[in-house]
Design a protein around this ligand. Structure first.
Ligand code: CP
Length: 308
């Protein structure tokens, strides 16, 4: 594997190999005094973010440094992109500085795959438009496997703005490949027309979804798009699709709750649901555990792509 541009079509044994390797990296990451072998010593990795990021950029930075690589941060606003240089010319110039790998986030769907076609360096998609966010999908899948032991037959509800979500697409591809049952729950305006063609079931309401699901991946309501005629108001959205304790108490008290972040508290998820990691018997938030798992999963990915 030279590039990771998406989970669509990635074989189950490749996904499983990444998850298995990430188990070792999580152990190293969370054990004091332990660190992985510096197998990327002498390598340079560009973190090329054409969109903002906290979790993905920092976790790739930590993962790369833990493996001994040097990281170079690139932001579009402070680069010659702002003078009109194209992304292809930008990549070519960074290649000429002997960059070995690019972690790329870009607003255009398909940009990572396009760049992987013009370079012999490793390309890792850190989110391309509404297309895919494969490393987020893998860390979500890692988190679910870690909690449930297996994904086969696990019922996972993806709740929220499926239409605009690259996280939803990567999760759907990865989870269905590993045998999970995926259901989506969203206002009709935030579901793609062909969603059932992705091999998922449409859950008619949040209450139905909660009755059905073992775990929920709650998505950020993309407020920057919510005013585009998709929703009457964020209050209406919260009333019908917000994950609250009142709803969990009534229907599924002990749900496992994931969210890729960043969260809109009290819009798609209540603050107390997002923050609760105990006591047992209540819903459990995996939000910060997902972030830790993200470092382990991204370490495994860099290692598997870049070590011959
Ligand atoms: N989940 C995620 O991609 O977060 P960031 O935008 O902060 O990287």
């Amino acid at each position: 594997m030279k590039h990771l541009t998406g989970l669509q079509g990635l074989p189950a044994d490749t996904i499983t190999a990444i998850l298995d390797r990430a188990v070792t990296h999580k152990q190293l990451l969370t054990s004091e005094g332990s660190s992985p072998e510096p197998v990327l010593k002498g390598k340079r990795i560009a973190l090329a973010f054409f969109e903002n990021s906290t979790r993905t950029r920092f976790s790739f930075d930590i993962a790369a440094r833990n493996l001994g690589a040097t990281t170079l941060n690139f932001t579009a606003s402070s680069s010659s992109i702002s003078k009109g240089e194209s992304i292809i010319d930008t990549i070519r110039n960074l290649e000429a500085m002997q960059i070995d790998a690019f972690v790329i986030r870009h607003p255009a769907s398909g940009s990572a795959a396009m760049i992987s076609g013009i370079t012999d360096r490793n390309i890792i998609n850190a989110g391309d438009g509404a297309h895919e966010h494969p490393t987020q999908g893998l860390l979500d899948i890692y988190t679910l496997r870690d909690c449930f032991g297996s994904l086969e037959g696990l019922k996972v509800m993806i709740l929220g703005d499926i239409l605009h979500s690259r996280v939803a697409r990567s999760n759907i591809f990865g989870l269905t490949t590993l045998g999970a049952d995926v259901g989506v729950c969203a206002p009709a305006t935030l579901l793609p027309c062909d969603v059932e063609g992705l091999g998922v079931k449409v859950l008619p309401s949040l209450n139905d979804g909660l009755r059905w699901a073992d775990a929920a991946i709650v998505l950020r309501l993309q407020l920057e798009r919510a005013t585009g005629g998709y929703l009457p108001s964020t209050q209406d959205y919260s009333f019908s699709f917000g994950l609250t304790d009142e709803r969990l108490e009534k229907i599924k008290k002990h749900l496992l709750v994931l969210h890729p972040g960043p969260i809109n508290r009290e819009i798609e998820i209540a603050g107390n649901v997002a923050d609760r990691i105990q006591p047992p018997g209540y819903s459990k938030s995996m939000l910060l555990e997902q972030v830790t798992n993200g470092v382990a999963v991204r370490t495994a990915i860099l290692e598997m792509l870049m070590v011959p």
